[in-house]
Unconditional design. Structure first.
Lengths: 233, 217, 233, 217
């Protein structure tokens, strides 16, 4: 595992996960959530995980698969409507869900990823989502303080990675992945294609490899999208 | 009910003008593109990371090219992909000319409630707070009443608020209201409904526009 | 000047500039500063300009050319060492210079460009640069509050622009340009190449055209770099 | 003087180990690559927006490919370009293994002064504050004294501070000091200099390492 060759296998990645860890995951409605790493997370047997990501996926898609197993203790997300199981677990007290405005959440992850100590915004002021957030007065105006987010482990889905971990993404599968990749102590990338260093155009790299610890080869999405199903079963 | 949703979307489509940057929420707003004047050119933005979204693909949908609801889309010439932080940067910065959102309730002062029905539905807040904060114009679409007839246009929302004083226009299958200086004005009534149909099923106080019109499609 | 065709000429751009405006400019040591727009700014005759950018360029390079004419009243930058004239004007009281840490400055411009109300950091705490910045206590820690920066006009140098204003940049000429492009009421882009909409790969676009108001054709750098000169005259 | 700068850079090069991410400041630090062990592989980061910077081009320099000092450079395989916000994001986030900066003064507790000589030189602070904050290891390079012999390694800096308690090592043409727990330790003396040469020209209190060595190149 040198600076310049970070390719590994799913078995090695399993040992990166641990009970009670804070796990950041890329993806938006499952699009851009790394399918092989979700299975790897499930196989690892870890529990009491604190999840941070855009949403709860669908029950059979993305992080939804793991959430449905009741092995997450908390979820910080902007939306769980596509995964009714998450809502049920929340209402039953089995999953503590904290909601964040979607763009604020990804900015908080970015703040963690770029080493800033949080930011101020008026978004959400006066709503239930703001109840425990510090108010900061600057001049005559009051703002909500949004704290930076960092994790123990981040899982990310890339279209291409070189062996150093330089990443680029595919269309809307980019979404939160670039900042999720920057915000944890250990970042694991699942890539559709792994190429030698020097094969990527330096202009097209979205995430420089400096943030990446492990790279595994993807076999692509292993779930059906909702719109691919003949019925909603 | 299906008809109502189509009718609301059809009326909402008239708010979209040539050259606008438009963000559509999930639910009824996602039907708006079906009713756009084909002679106008607009750019649809999606908060997962597209500017220049096109229609649903006829075939061969791509799992990595979807709108913010996770449904497959296409792109038009001039489109760009970016990360969601930038997508919301655009929204907060005021680059969206009109945001059309679904609503659960709207108050007389333009407060929007659309993210949770405590103990029942828990969709989550998504990007609605940022859209309410940043869009130059925010239009709320909803059916006029609950299924049991209870009004959704209220003096004060009973559901948790998404954002305060943000809705500028409400479009239902019965009427169109505008909200100016925290005051609600009835601008249009759908021809099949009477003034009493509106008054009895709208809790919020409103004034009637001197230019009140029938809603045309 | 429709949404989809923003190409214009330098004469039209002149009328965008005005006395006393706040002007944000892209570039790092002159690299990525739009040479044609600097000349256009000079030709426009405006004065008392408030400049915000990474540095003061060199006396004959980048914004340095304009600064040497004593038509800027303030400069917010991280570095002016490469332009001794700027230092002289500062010491003579003819140019009010405010220094910011380099990465903090570009983050402040980004904060303005993405509609956030500033951020917190420990960088610079206790130094002279922090003297008038609010201190914000969160928990037991005190941070500097860094305010967002926005401008009246931004000038930006792109490698390619399509007619909508989608932009991409060349190598290290990217630097602060993407965020400068987002942070003003009016953004003017000088591009080496202007192409029809649809000619750019949607993945390679760095700045979506939504931020751009005017596009002009560049003739490239019209100054000699320091390392191209036979002596330092 | 030229020799001193080369000598300092040559010693500093030994601090750069295989597999490191390295950021070099302007001035003496920019000479460090000339002295690197050719058997090691490192990545140089530049705060204008490169990871994987290579040497000065032999010919055909590109005006749009420069380091943070504005001088032409090249890139190595695996390099990437990015904006300066991300460049400083890496720096603040602790991705830089070693940052080697030029200094005007360093205090006994590792305070760094390198951005202004009030009323005289006004270079500006550049990226030094962020590097001092974020780099895992910060090494300050400077000549041991002013031209008139006044020391630069002080109990307290007289020049405005760039960042407090950040310098971990000082390399001059005369000596190498490390700073641990706000205490300064003399680790090496260049063979041509005596202990008195160090003591007389260093204002800061320091202890002598039990492993004191002559500096080798």
């Amino acid at each position: 595992m040198s600076l310049f060759n970070k390719i590994t296998d799913y078995d090695t990645v399993k040992s990166v996960f641990f009970d009670g860890m804070t796990l950041l995951f890329g993806g938006f409605g499952g699009v851009g959530t790394p399918p092989g790493l979700i299975d790897c997370l499930i196989d690892s047997g870890v529990k009491n995980v604190n999840l941070i990501g855009n949403d709860a996926g669908f029950p059979w898609i993305g992080m939804g698969k793991f959430i449905c197993m009741e092995r997450a203790q908390t979820l910080l997300a902007s939306h769980i409507g596509s995964n009714p199981v998450a809502g049920d677990l929340m209402n039953q007290g089995k999953l503590k869900v904290e909601f964040s405005p979607q763009g604020i959440l990804v900015e908080r992850i970015r703040a963690g990823g770029v080493g800033l100590d949080g930011f101020l915004t008026e978004i959400g002021k006066g709503t239930k989502l703001a109840y425990d957030k510090p108010l900061v007065k600057i001049g005559n105006k009051e703002f909500l303080y949004e704290a930076p987010i960092t994790g123990d482990v981040s899982i990310v889905y890339a279209k291409k990675a070189d062996t150093f971990g330089n990443l680029l993404f595919d269309k809307t599968a980019r979404n939160t992945n670039p900042y999720v990749a920057m915000a944890s102590k250990i970042t694991v990338v699942e890539a559709d294609e792994i190429v030698p260093m020097g094969s990527l155009d330096p202009e097209e790299i979205i995430v420089p490899g400096i943030y990446v610890k492990h790279i595994v080869q993807s076999k692509g999405y292993n779930w059906k999208w909702k719109w691919e199903m003949t019925d909603n079963a | 009910m299906g008809d109502d949703r189509q009718r609301i979307a059809q009326r909402a489509a008239r708010e979209v003008k040539d050259g606008m940057i438009v963000n559509l929420g999930i639910g009824i707003p996602s039907l708006v593109p079906d009713f756009l004047d084909p002679s106008i050119q607009v750019f649809f933005q999606a908060e997962n990371g597209i500017l220049g979204m096109g229609p649903t693909p006829a075939s061969q949908a791509d799992g990595n090219l979807s709108n913010a609801a996770g449904l497959p889309v296409t792109i038009v010439p001039g489109a760009s992909y970016f990360d969601s932080a930038l997508a919301f940067g655009m929204i907060r910065r005021g680059c969206i000319d009109v945001s059309i959102l679904g609503a659960l309730q709207v108050s007389v002062r333009g407060d929007l409630a659309n993210w949770i029905v405590p103990g029942k539905r828990v969709p989550g807040v998504g990007g609605a707070m940022e859209l309410a904060y940043g869009a130059k114009n925010l239009i709320a679409l909803m059916t006029h009443c609950e299924k049991d007839g209870r009004p959704k246009i209220l003096q004060q929302c009973s559901l948790p608020i998404t954002a305060f004083h943000c809705v500028k226009k409400i479009i239902t299958e019965r009427a169109v209201f505008s909200i100016q200086d925290k005051e609600m004005i009835l601008d249009e009534i759908t021809p099949e409904f009477t003034m009493r149909d509106i008054q009895n099923y709208t809790e919020a106080d409103f004034t009637i526009s001197p230019h009140l019109q029938p809603t045309t499609s």
